[in-house]
Design a protein around this ligand. Structure first.
Ligand SMILES: Cc1ncc(COP(=O)(O)O)c(C=O)c1O
Length: 392
């Protein structure tokens, strides 16, 4: 009788056991339990979710909204997202194109799961948030990194370089705009050019627009949804996390062509059957009444962005950038190219935990990312500590 090949029962699938390691997570672990370290390495503000959002979820719980709900989100929320796009972007997106997800990260996984076969390629504009690269790895696809160009902290994309990176195996182009960690934003003209290219080649665009509202001029960043047709091969990822201080709620949404609704519903059904019912009532309130909160947050973050610039613009030991969007500064310290070592030094010698640039793909190497979404006083303290390390 043929014997089954012996398997080590503890072994994970190779795709999981071979996941590339995550330098950002390493640094967070390194800083954990060290006394008096300011944690500015993670991408979230220091404000808690506003009361009016929490109360809506609490009311829903009190009223017994504790049962399974519609797999792609309750109609009331999908409809509210549609109204939000109408109000903020002047766009007409029917709720059949709007899928509520258990976070922006989940929205990305859904898009990738729907599109990718083993061995497909995703061309990703980098530097990019490491978790997105991890999600591609988990989908057993290959990533081709196309780096932004960087001249003195001003990041830009060479479209020819992006298009030249695409091969016959390319299934999707992944663009985060505005970009975590650089703050770079793609223009409408660049988006049109990418759309034209992908239409010709039958490639999908996956746009991560999680930071689309965190801009320091205007109300929102350019969105692919403004230039695309309804049935273009386009998925747009969005989230409640950053705009309304809801990182712990794990709520986001995915926009896709109408034709993808059934596929996405199936994937969610076999995954976790949708998002928590009562949380959705908080999300509805955030969309309906969250503009003042967001405006206040952006006011604080703008002041912090400017504070970083004012502190370091004449300091030759550090090259900071001046991002038009997001709440990150992505900088270099002169003469320090090993960002893992630098991250550890900053923890041990200056008491600040920042994200190492190599966590954002090859193009991020040598940089550090500072999240400035904190209150004014701790911001001043953090800059004092950074300055004490780099020198004046
Ligand atoms: C570019 C980008 N996309 C997605 C996310 C995750 O958002 P969520 O909290 O909704 O999963 C982040 C979080 O830092 C991010 O930077």
């Amino acid at each position: 009788m043929k014997q089954n090949k012996l398997r080590n029962d503890c072994a994970m699938r190779p795709v999981i056991s071979n996941l590339s390691h995550n330098p950002g997570a390493d640094i967070i672990r390194y800083a954990r339990n060290k006394p008096d370290v300011m944690a500015l390495g993670q991408g979230q503000g220091s404000s808690a979710t506003p009361d009016f959002i929490c109360q809506a979820a609490q009311r829903a719980m009190d009223e017994g909204m504790t049962f399974y709900d519609a797999v792609l989100g309750r109609d009331e929320l999908r409809d509210e997202i549609s109204s939000y796009y109408q109000r903020i972007y002047g766009l007409d997106l029917p709720m059949e194109r709007l899928f509520v997800t258990g976070s922006g990260t989940t929205a990305m996984h859904l898009a990738l799961t729907a599109l990718l076969d083993k061995g497909d390629e995703v061309v990703a504009v980098t530097p990019i948030w490491k978790n997105l690269l991890g999600a591609i790895e988990m989908a057993q696809a290959n990533t081709i990194q196309t780096p932004l160009d960087n001249i003195d902290g001003n990041w830009s994309l060479d479209l020819d370089k992006l298009f030249d990176s695409c091969t016959d195996n390319t299934r999707a182009i992944l663009i985060t705009t505005p970009s975590n960690p650089t703050g770079w934003m793609m223009s409408h003209d660049e988006m049109r050019a990418v759309l034209e290219f992908t239409r010709k080649r039958g490639i999908w665009i996956i746009a991560d627009e999680v930071y689309t509202r965190i801009v320091f001029d205007g109300v929102h960043a350019p969105s692919f949804l403004e230039v695309a047709d309804d049935d273009d091969n386009l998925f747009v990822v969005n989230s409640f996390s950053k705009n309304w201080a809801m990182t712990g709620w794990r709520l986001g949404w995915l926009v896709g062509p109408r034709s993808t609704e059934d596929a996405i519903r199936d994937i969610v059904l076999y995954n976790n059957m949708g998002v928590p019912t009562f949380n959705q009532f908080g999300a509805i309130e955030a969309l309906r009444h969250g503009e003042d909160f967001l405006k206040d947050q952006i006011g604080l973050w703008r002041a912090n962005r400017d504070m970083v610039r004012d502190r370091f613009k004449d300091n030759e030991r550090i090259s900071i950038n001046y991002p038009p969007a997001t709440f990150y500064n992505f900088f270099r310290v002169q003469g320090q190219h090993d960002c893992m070592q630098l991250a550890k030094n900053l923890i041990d010698q200056a008491g600040i935990g920042l994200a190492p640039g190599c966590a954002f793909g090859k193009a991020g190497g040598g940089h550090m990312r500072l999240c400035f979404a904190i209150d004014k006083e701790p911001m001043i303290e953090a800059l004092d500590r950074l300055e004490s390390y780099v020198g004046r």
